[in-house]
Design a protein around this ligand. Structure first.
Ligand SMILES: [Zn+2]
Length: 704
């Protein structure tokens, strides 16, 4: 039989079973994931039958994870939230070629590279798949868990669904690196210089591997065809279908909707040595894990951009929805040096394809009141599909934007889905007969006359207890990235505010089960869940609480910087505006927002009531940093450094528990000076601040 070639010879039935499983999985991946089968159906069936017969003859050798016995497990009662060992980061992204080049240049600068070194930086490039990010955890080679990305720190356990994915091994077998003769994808992989063909890859003790769960266009089309025949509602697009399917509680349902998984990254690993992205992917492939087609071309930036353009040109012909490419620095050593900035790795960027557009007619222009009281107009349009998503509402942002677009009710407009997520209006394609839009001079919710701030285009409702503002503030406070209160949907928030049960954020902590259970459509059990959720929010991390409060200009990143620097509510309350401004990464605008909040008696009264109710945010602890060699001291750099870039130096300080200031003041403990220091050195000497040459600073770090 031709198909037998190269799949384990000899008479050992155990080895033959393993070889067949591996071969069938490989063809499953080619068929289901890449729409590129290399076997005729009859040949595939022959492999399958041979495996079935061998398993029947040697039941003691048959494995549970054999493709012949992919029986879905029992349904689960709910999805459990599981923490990732290391956060699943998001990528910074751009639509702009110049920004990709600027990104490469900034990396080179960070690493202190000269122009030649910069040009020789090597990258990998892969399609950016429009699916659901996931982490698979293999322990001792066994698939233990599959966890969605969630908020990056914890996600849902969807192992029961992921086990139904065709071609995904439940147990890893050792393998060897591809020789470069098996197919185009393998050849491309092998073109990376890392990893010699034939290298043996052992099964790692721990392998956390990350990727995307997707549904191919063909699988999606077939699924919808079946649903149409059955008179069932059609799914809107492959991405949402994949996402919804992953959340199925019943794996038997999931098995009817063919998902695939494409792997592209690593979490925590033990016993999986590799020297970079391309090599790591080659090793994953050797273990039988699918790393996708069109992936892992290693080269300089020009080669990377050429591949990006090629994929863009073939965008509509690709078997899966692709919304751009992901470019990564290949070298593991450089990745480590570059590290993480905010919530994104510095060494990777998503270069997105141009957004897609569609046209529709504006039916109405509504005005919404936001969390800061800002009045935001939005267009209600005739529902229109733009790259697979139905759009009914499009934000118009503000009065100036409406004037700029000249958009009126009745106009036909061009709608673009930037980032394939948030739609916006590009322009008017056909003017209707409607009247020009006029911004209301009173809040549409509480009728308070609106306030205009000089120099701002935004018009605000100034009423501090405006129900709309309060509702949005509560929604923000309880949201996932903030205090993450389970069961607090916008319907409940609506009821709480309209019913007068909550008139400030602090009132949330006075809610009890009886009061909640008395609300319409709310049972005792849901009421209990909400109260438990609110109780749990009391000990969320300090940074998330700060973010949840909705202080002006304090986003998630700033909240983390503030939390790291001050550590507690009490300490932050003692901070002056000068001290606030002195912290690296806090600019004057942010400092002013924080100072205004600290000085606002009403806001502070809310905080007092929260603290009295038992709120005790968890203080930030970075185990390596808290007892680091620089712990408790503040640093600033001046002059040009010889052994590290400025940004690298700052990361070193943070990693060793030190804090960074943005200028010389009496709060500064150490000024590190490179070549040709400027006025900062003089000022530091006047203030009696300790001055360290770069070498001495490095010696200090090494001493730890
Ligand atoms: Zn209002």
């Amino acid at each position: 039989m031709a198909a037998r070639k190269g799949t384990g010879k000899g008479d050992d039935p155990g080895a033959r079973i393993e070889a067949l499983m591996r071969e069938i999985r490989r063809h499953d991946v080619l068929y289901y994931q890449q729409d590129a089968p290399v076997l005729a159906d009859a040949e595939y069936d022959a492999l399958y039958r041979e495996l079935q017969q061998l398993e029947a003859a040697h039941p003691e050798l048959a494995r549970d994870d054999s493709p012949t016995r992919m029986v879905p497990g029992a349904p689960v009662s709910g999805l459990e939230s599981v923490a990732h060992r290391t956060p699943m980061l998001s990528l910074s992204n751009t639509y702009n070629r110049e920004e990709v080049v600027a990104w490469r240049d900034s990396l080179a600068e960070y690493l202190g590279m000269d122009e030649t070194e910069r040009e020789s930086l090597r990258f990998t490039v892969e399609p950016k798949l429009d699916g659901v990010a996931i982490e698979l955890v293999y322990e001792g080679g066994e698939l233990r868990r599959a966890i969605t990305r969630g908020d990056g720190k914890a996600g849902d356990d969807v192992t029961h669904v992921v086990r139904t994915i065709r071609g995904l091994p439940h147990r890893l077998d050792p393998g060897t690196l591809a020789s470069g003769k098996k197919g185009a994808a393998d050849e491309r992989r092998a073109s990376g210089e890392q990893g010699a063909a034939g290298e043996v890859v052992a099964v790692p003790e721990l392998l956390e591997v990350r990727g995307e769960v997707i549904m191919t266009r063909k699988a999606f089309a077939r699924l919808n065809e079946r649903r149409a025949q059955a008179g069932e509602e059609l799914f809107i697009n492959p991405r949402n279908t994949a996402s919804g399917t992953l959340k199925s509680l019943d794996p038997a349902v999931a098995q009817q909707r063919p998902l695939t998984v494409v792997l592209y990254g690593l979490g925590v690993v033990e016993g999986f040595p590799h020297d970079g992205q391309a090599h790591a992917m080659q090793r994953l492939a050797a273990l039988g894990l699918a790393t996708g087609a069109e992936t892992r071309i290693v080269g300089d930036l020009a080669a990377v951009l050429a591949h990006h353009d090629d994929l863009l040109a073939r965008r509509d012909d690709l078997p899966v929805e692709v919304d751009g490419t992901v470019i990564k620095v290949d070298s593991a050593t450089l990745q480590k040096r570059l590290g993480v900035r905010s919530r994104s790795p510095r060494w990777a960027i998503a270069f997105k394809f141009p957004a897609r557009t569609g046209t529709s007619v504006v039916k109405e222009i509504q005005v919404l009141v936001g969390r800061t009281g800002a009045l935001t107009p939005r267009a209600v349009v005739e529902p229109v599909h733009v790259s697979g998503v139905t759009i009914e509402y499009v934000s118009l942002h503000n009065r100036d934007e409406i004037e700029r677009l000249g958009v009126k009710v009745g106009d036909r407009v061009v709608i673009e889905r930037a980032g394939d997520v948030i739609p916006h209006i590009v322009g008017v394609s056909e003017s209707g007969s409607g009247a020009a839009f006029v911004m209301p001079d009173r809040c549409p919710v509480c009728a308070t006359p609106v306030a205009e701030v000089e120099g701002e285009v935004v018009v605000r409702c100034p009423n501090l207890s405006c129900p709309a503002v309060l509702k949005r503030r509560i929604e923000h406070y309880v949201a996932r990235g903030a205090l993450d209160v389970d069961g607090m949907g916008s319907k409940l928030v609506e009821q709480l505010v309209d019913g007068g049960l909550v008139t400030s954020l602090a009132d949330l902590y006075a809610l009890d089960v009886d009061a909640l259970a008395a609300l319409p459509r709310m049972g005792a059990q849901s009421a209990g869940n909400v109260v438990a959720g609110i109780e749990a929010s009391k000990t969320r991390p300090f940074a998330r609480w700060l973010y949840g409060l909705g202080i002006r200009h304090v986003g998630e990143h700033v909240a983390e910087v503030v939390a790291e620097h001050w550590g507690s509510v009490e300490a932050l309350r003692g901070a002056t505006q000068e001290a606030l401004e002195g912290v690296a990464e806090i600019g004057p605008v942010v400092a002013e927002g924080l100072a205004a909040w600290l000085a606002d008696a009403d806001e502070q009264a809310v905080v007092d009531r929260m603290l009295a109710a038992g709120l005790a945010p968890a203080e930030p602890v970075t185990p390596s940093a808290a007892d680091g060699v620089l712990a408790g001291r503040t640093f600033l750099f001046t002059g040009s450094l010889q052994h590290m870039s400025r940004r690298e130096a700052r990361e070193k300080v943070k990693a060793a528990g030190g804090k960074l200031l943005s200028g010389v003041s009496k709060n500064l403990d150490v000024l590190v000076v490179g070549d040709k220091p400027g006025s900062k050195l003089k000022k530091a000497q006047e203030l009696g601040v300790e001055v360290l040459p770069e070498d001495a600073f490095l010696a200090l770090l090494d001493a730890g």
